[in-house]
Design a protein around this ligand. Structure first.
Ligand code: PGA
Length: 258
């Protein structure tokens, strides 16, 4: 693993393999959870979905199996949820999390929060405010996991999102819907809207850990870390966060010129 002093800000961690990067971040989360449990203090995790996170969660499940931690004071907040899916739909982000992390690691479902997609369909403003308020009531996010889209989105903060955007209902970008089409059995079945945490709540997390693997993410990572900060790449608006670590494989780092 190298941590080069490249021209990018901040210097990303370039791992030999995605699995190595996933193990590193899973180890950090395990430490955070263990420290909270030792202190009898609550820990608040911000969680993400997507293919990149599958390896993080399987590494975390493995760590927790090897060194169990009392999770009874852990609360989680996921970044986003699709609108218009039935409760328990296997394509919902809640189902993804239940499958990859909450079930296998034994997180209490009632402590695992998602933006309220049903409320969002009826009263979008209220649903956004309620999620923001719930995060604030828990003292904010200790660590937020993030992936990045090919277009530089973080959560469903698509290109053009202002820095001050908070939790809200958004139409999904065509690239985002196209990326999701295979798991929905065709583009016409992909939801058109989602409710997403905003850049405001994401930036307020005490630690940000952004992971990206593969050549398809190289341009987005360049725009996020090296090109001028620009809402056209929402991830670039996180660049000056006080505790941001970006974890890449060589392919995702390949446009950085390090
Ligand atoms: P992926 O999605 O992990 O499936 O590549 C990342 C994202 O779109 O945020």
């Amino acid at each position: 693993m190298q941590e080069p002093g490249s021209t990018s800000v901040p210097s990303p961690v370039v791992a030999a393999t995605p699995a190595e990067a996933c193990a590193r971040v899973a180890g950090e989360i395990h430490e955070l959870l263990a420290a909270g449990a030792r202190a009898g203090a609550p820990t608040v995790l911000g969680l993400a979905t997507g293919g990149t996170m599958v390896g993080v969660y399987s590494a975390l499940v493995e760590r927790l199996a090897g060194e169990p931690v009392d999770l009874s004071r852990v609360t989680t907040f996921n970044l986003d949820e699709y609108l218009g899916l039935a409760d328990g739909d296997p394509r919902s982000f809640r189902s993804f999390m239940a499958q990859h992390l909450f079930g296998p690691a034994g997180f209490a479902p009632e402590r695992c929060h998602f933006p309220d997609a049903a409320l969002a369909a009826e009263q979008p403003g209220l649903a956004g405010e309620a999620y923001q308020a719930l995060i604030a009531r828990h003292g904010g996010l200790d660590l937020q996991l993030l992936g990045i889209g090919r277009n530089g989105h973080v959560a469903f903060n698509e290109p053009g999102t202002p820095e001050a955007a908070s939790t809200r209902v958004v139409p999904l970008h065509e690239h985002t819907r196209a990326d999701a089409a295979p798991s929905f059995g065709g583009l016409e079945h992909v939801p058109t809207h989602a409710i997403t945490m905003g850049l405001l709540e994401i930036r307020a997390a005490r630690r940000l850990r952004l992971l990206a693997f593969g050549e398809a993410k190289a341009a987005a990572i360049h725009a996020a870390l090296v090109a001028p900060v620009d809402p056209a790449c929402p991830a670039s608006l996180l660049r000056n966060h006080a505790d941001l670590e970006v974890l890449l494989d060589g392919a995702a780092a390949s446009a950085l010129g390090a």
